[in-house]
Design a binder for this molecule. Sequence first.
Ligand SMILES: [Zn+2]
Length: 247
Amino acid sequence: MTSTLPNGLSAREAAPATTPLPISVRIRERLRKEGVPFLANDNIANHLREGELDQLEIEVAGRVRELLRSLVIDIENDHNTEETAERVAKMYLHEVFKGRYHHQPKIASFPNVKQLDEIYTVGPISVRSACSHHLVPILGNCWIGIKPGERVIGLSKFSRVADWVFSRPHIQEEAVIILADEIERLCQPLGLAILVKAQHYCMKWRGVKEPQTSMVNSVVRGDFRHDASLKQEFFELVRQQESLLST
Ligand SMILES: [Zn+2]
């Protein structure tokens, strides 16, 4: 219950700000107020202020330390886990989930001056993510097919944008859609096809423990969706690229 002081201020409002709210609470309150979604696979980089990521890293490390204590691990005396909390906080915020907290890498697009309209595929591009349900790795490959439109981007840029999109907690079905949205935004192709084949460690490492099972899913848009032969050509090119992998 909040007690109200005679001047109408609640006790917390009147109290000197000796214990500021944790930074994650302040960020969440701001995002809610602005109506900005912050699901596991959303990017919130535009809504973080200068220095907040550093404060977040300190807070997350503290929480991980508490998690280790709750797991009854003697972090005070175990030389192996002594700095695990700091490592994990850094890894989440700047590596494996960087696609939530960091801006998209700068990707320049260029006019398609030669009016190229033949399809091409790029792949395999390694993708690394973590499942939203268990936070364990999803590792796999991605192939991207493009029928160019008005603008084009460099081949290596597909890897960069895929890495940024996948470096968030995900479910594979949504990751592919988010990647497709980003590529469409970057170069507005006439046709776009993406195929992802990945292994989920929540199936390999735990649960049913199936070491070989992989999940394959795809999204096709624009001309790849309307033209069955083009779609066929994409899957054929991917098959060729994949068989090159195994030779
Ligand atoms: Zn899972």
